[in-house]
Ligand binder design. Structure first.
Ligand SMILES: *[C@@H]1O[C@H](CO)[C@@H](O)[C@H](O)[C@H]1NC(C)=O
Length: 143
């Protein structure tokens, strides 16, 4: 572990020395800045994904599916959307004790298209550590 830290420090020192000696330092710093900006954009995308929105990274045909679990007496209703357009839903007005629903769709997406699930008004789903409720997507093939 200590060895690893020492190696990293050495590497950083080497990078520092080579940057200082290079006449194109400004250019290199600009490149580093650009790379940091791209990394920040990637982070923003990942944060969005954590909020439940999938943003297509490439043009392609994708398969999406979701599964929801809910308890009485709450209405269970969820739809999957591509950008602003509803694609498919699950619905249970008043589950006797609990309910499960699942749906899925194959979508042709352009890079940047957004796919997400959304609760209807006054609707609930249930989840705990057992992960009954899930949403996932798969790139079938790029186009
Ligand atoms: C819904 O799924 C849960 C977990 O698998 C199960 O315990 C329950 O019986 C299911 N409910 C119905 C109404 O099928």
């Amino acid at each position: 572990m200590k060895m690893l830290v020492a190696q990293k420090t050495l590497l950083l020192l080497c990078v520092g020395v080579s940057l200082a000696q290079d006449s194109n330092t400004a250019e290199k710093l600009k490149n580093i800045e650009e790379r940091l900006r791209v990394t920040e954009e990637t982070l923003e995308e990942l944060k969005k994904e954590n909020q439940g929105t999938f943003t297509a990274p490439v043009n392609g045909v994708y398969f999406f599916r979701f599964y929801v679990h809910a308890h009485t007496p709450n209405q269970m209703a969820v739809s999957l959307h591509k950008n602003d357009q509803l694609q498919c839903s699950v619905y249970s007005l008043k589950p006797e004790s609990n309910a499960n629903g699942s749906n899925g769709v194959v979508l042709s997406l352009q890079k940047g298209d957004e796919v997400y699930t959304q609760l209807w008004e006054n609707s609930w789903v249930f989840d705990d550590g057992n992960s009954y409720t899930s949403f996932s997507g798969f790139l079938l093939f790029p186009v």
